[in-house]
Structures are given as C-alpha cells and as structure tokens.
Design a protein around this ligand. Structure first.
Ligand code: EPU
Length: 341
C-alpha cells in the first residue's frame, strides 16, 4: 500500500494520445515533501515508479506496475531580477500554454513563440521545447530538482543542462535521477522579437508589424491551429519524430536523389531535414493503419490516434513509418516522445 495513492486507476484521459493505460497506484503530487514521501514509500515497498507531467509527450503501455505520480506543484512568483528583466519562478505542475499566453498578454517577451505547446512547465526542459524559431533554452535560467538518489533538493543552472535541439541532461542516463519541481525563466520587458521562422515573419509584417509579444503569440496560435491537430479532438503527441540533423555530404546525396527535399542549414554546417517532408514523400501523410493510427493530413510529422488505440499499436505504426523512410532515404528517424512503462 502507498499512503495517499489510489489503486488501479485508468489514466487514458491524462495522455493526449488517448492510449488506454491503467496504473497500479496513482497519485498527484502538489509539494516537494509529498513527492519525496511518495518516492520513499515506493522504494520501501520495492515498487517501480515514474512521474508524468501533462501527458502530452509520452506513449504509455497498457499497464503501469508500481507507482505513477503526476506533477501538480503549482505557483508562479516573481523573483528579484536585473533592471528590465522579469524572473519567474514556476511550479513544475503549472500549465505551459497558460504561462506562455499570460506572460505574452502582460507584455513580457520570451515565451510568445512557444504559446499553445501542451504540457507542464516542469516537463518543458526535458525535451527543451521549441517552436517557431525559439527554444526554452533561450530563456531558461535554472531548474529546481529533487535528486532521487540522495533525496536532496537543488538548483541546476541552465548551462549545466546540456540543452540542445529536443534534448537535455534529463534524457541522458546521468540525468534521469532528477525530478524537476520548479523552473525559472527570465523574460524581458523590452526586446527584439524572434521572427526567423519565415511564415511567422510574413504574417506579422502583413498584420502591421506591431512590436508586442501578444501580437506574435496570436500569429503563432493561428499557425498552430492551421497545421496541428487539437489533442482534445484528435489524440496526438505533437511531432512524433525529431527532424534529423545530417552532414552536408548526406544532404547533397539526398538532394540529388530528391530535388524537392526540404532542409534548413544550421550554423555548424549541418542540415536539419524536415521529417514531415520525408514522411510525406514515402506516402504516409494523412494515412491511417487498420487500427486507426496514422499521421495528420496537414502535418505528417504528427501521429494521430483517433481510435485511441493502445501505445503498442502507436509504436507499431511509428515503426512502419520509420522503416519506410529508412528504406527510401537511408535516414533513421528518432522518436521524440518518451515511452512510458
Ligand atoms: N513538411 C512537409 N510535409 C508535412 C509537414 C512538413 O513537406 O507534412 C515540410 C514543409 O516544407 C515545412 C517543413 O516541413 O515547411 C517544416 O514544417 P513545420 O514548419 O511545420 O515544422 P516541423 O519541422 O515539422 C517543428 C517542430 C514543431 C514546431 C514546428 C514549428 C520538431 C520535431 N517539431 O516541426 O514542434 O511546432 O517546427 O516551429 O522539431 C513538437 O515538437 O511537438 C512540435 C509540434
């Protein structure tokens, strides 16, 4: 028995992919003390455990043995910061889309390109969320973590987090023993907008080039609604694969083979291939498997699960897509959401 936990809890509604999933024990945690106590109980009972955030970037198995925790630590507070800057301390269970929208509405710069990304603040550093020319790493100052080996709480500054494209320390073996309980983001009262994403810049200019973060947030919202399925209506976990990073040699080879290839140059001489294009090119865009898992008809990089099929089926279809891309282009697509087991 785990004190305060419910038993045999159906969690499908807590995952944006809608996959059926039952937890042996389940509990929401609203404080660091409660988190530490729950982990201690699981350990004493010899039970495995895992923690979820907003459930928007994971593929769950049907049954989760042991204890499943959901991060619900709340609270947003302003910390002392340099002139012109605003440092926000945010509970790991706070909703990311609410945080991003409300800061943009307050006229604070930093999160306006990252509005509408589903999930919690505490999960955002794990894959270093990014969209429309911005990444969390641009404005993340530090995270507060519980080290589950020592049960000590500490701050880790962003430079220690190995933040890269959809990557962080928390995805490596050396970082899996940390649970993020709070994050600190540094926003600006006055700043330049980040408008490198061509479609965003064009729309912003067309709309009158107003220099306010909410203006950018509104355009990003429109772009997202146009391309990405609403998980409340069509179960999905956003982009299912990372955009592959390749050397120039590989890029040139692929371009010769397929002159329509979509790729973006990076500063280090590598190229970021548009995985959505690769998936579309092998014929998977808008296609559904017999169990109803497939890709979105307006964005092939997003796997959809309208029939709320099990996680195993989602992974099976992802494997078929990966094999087709590998066969035609020799490129291995890397899964973006984590597997929850
Ligand atoms: N494309 C196609 N067919 C498709 C989809 C895309 O040809 O079905 C091509 C288009 O040429 C398009 C290009 O791919 O111009 C890039 O597409 P898009 O701008 O929609 O972005 P993405 O690379 O597919 C990434 C992020 C998204 C983020 C957008 C916007 C990753 C893994 N995904 O997608 O993030 O919203 O850029 O910045 O980097 C997420 O991580 O869940 C997510 C939605």
């Amino acid at each position: 028995m785990i004190s305060g936990a419910q038993q045999q809890v159906e969690l499908a509604a807590r995952f944006t992919l809608g996959c059926p999933c039952t937890a042996e024990y389940f509990m929401e945690v609203t404080s660091e003390a409660q988190l530490a106590e729950a982990l201690d109980s699981a350990r004493r009972a010899g039970l495995p455990w895992r923690l979820i955030g907003g459930g928007s970037n994971v593929v769950p198995v049907d049954y989760l043995p042991g204890l499943t925790l959901q991060m619900k630590i709340a609270g947003v507070s302003r910390e002392p910061a340099a002139e012109g800057r605003v440092l926000l301390d945010v509970g790991g269970g706070e909703s990311w889309p609410e945080l991003a929208w409300s800061t943009a509405a307050q006229g604070l710069y930093g999160l306006e390109n990252l509005v509408l990304i589903p999930g919690t603040a505490g999960a955002a550093p794990i894959q270093n969320i990014g969209a429309y020319g911005a990444e969390l790493g641009d404005i993340l100052q530090s995270v507060r973590v519980l080290d589950v080996r020592t049960m000590q709480v500490k701050f880790l500054t962003a430079d220690k987090l190995k933040l890269a494209y959809r990557h962080s320390l928390f995805k490596e073996d050396g970082g899996r023993h940390f649970v993020i309980t709070r994050i600190r983001v540094q926003l600006e009262e006055q700043a330049d907008l980040r408008l490198e994403y061509a479609d965003l810049r064009e729309r912003w200019e067309k709309a009158g080039a107003v220099k306010h973060p909410l203006e950018v947030a509104k355009i990003v919202r429109d772009l997202r609604l146009k391309k990405l399925p609403d998980p409340a209506k069509v179960p999905n976990a956003g982009s299912f694969f990372k955009n592959p990073l390749v050397h120039d040699e590989t890029y040139q080879r692929l371009l010769e083979q397929d002159p329509g290839l979509v790729a973006f140059p990076l500063q280090n001489g590598q190229w970021k291939l548009a995985a959505g294009w690769l998936i579309e090119a092998v014929g998977w865009k808008g296609q559904l498997s017999p169990t109803g898992v497939g890709t979105h008809d307006r964005q092939a990089l997003v796997l959809v699960n309208p029939g709320k099929a099990p996680g195993s089926e989602v992974l099976h279809v992802a494997g078929q897509i990966r094999a087709a891309v590998k066969h035609r282009f020799g490129i291995c697509l890397e899964q973006e959401p984590g597997n929850l087991s």
